[in-house]
Design a protein around this ligand. Sequence first.
Ligand SMILES: O=C(O)CCC(=O)C(=O)O
Length: 269
Amino acid sequence: MPLFLTQEDVAFFKENGYVKFRLFSPKEMDRICKEYDELFQRKLNPGMEAAWRGDEMKKAANAKDTSDYSVQSVHNLQMHSAVFTEILTDERLLDALQDVMGTQNIALHHTKAHNKPPKKGAPYLMHQDYLYFPYKNDSMVAVFLNIDDSDRENGGLCVYPGSHKLGVLKDHGVFEDGQEYHWADPAKYPIEGATPIIAKRGEVVIFSYLLLHGSYVNNSDRTRRMFLAQIMAADDEQLEKKHVSPAQGLMLRGYNPRRDATMEKRFHH
Ligand SMILES: O=C(O)CCC(=O)C(=O)O
């Protein structure tokens, strides 16, 4: 029997590559939101701009220049404020993760937050997260916490259900300003052809890192805030040494059968 989700939820995840469910109460969300906004206020600086680059992204945003759209981002939020560590160790969330991942040995990869402003919120073309941090057993899932009600109008998430079964798709991304940006062929997988995820504040979407997902432009007068954690099975194996983040490998539940315990490697990531 699943620990937190229903059997239907687990079957839906297997078939579609994602599942949505309520996790946090309005009172819990008030606390998370307060800390989230204070963190963005404390850190507000131009270095937080994370809008994706590339001509195809500009086209999706209906913009002439990347400065015409925006998304503010903070990474590794658990290093900034304990509220985000508490989210990662929430027993209900870990039960839900165990339900879909099929292991109790659950480790952190990294976290981030995207704050999409009203009117000029950046779109994200459809992509698989695999290309940013490939692992051997594809155990990686994203936990996408909706801080605001979100939908097609305010830049919400959208997915191609079942696309996690397609394997790794051809990359159409770009490398600009020292950063890699990945996406799948926009002619074949346009944002307009995706299924919108209509989510309430406090609802979570867990999805496979092979699922094609993206998000809409925010042309509305509402902000779209989210918090995202990438989570992996502790025994999965990194295929390329990239996207190494603070607290990567932190055990959230169970144990790590692969972790080296020699003195020699004690300072290694
Ligand atoms: O902020 C968003 O809506 C998109 C996030 C996303 O797709 C990602 O970070 O992989």
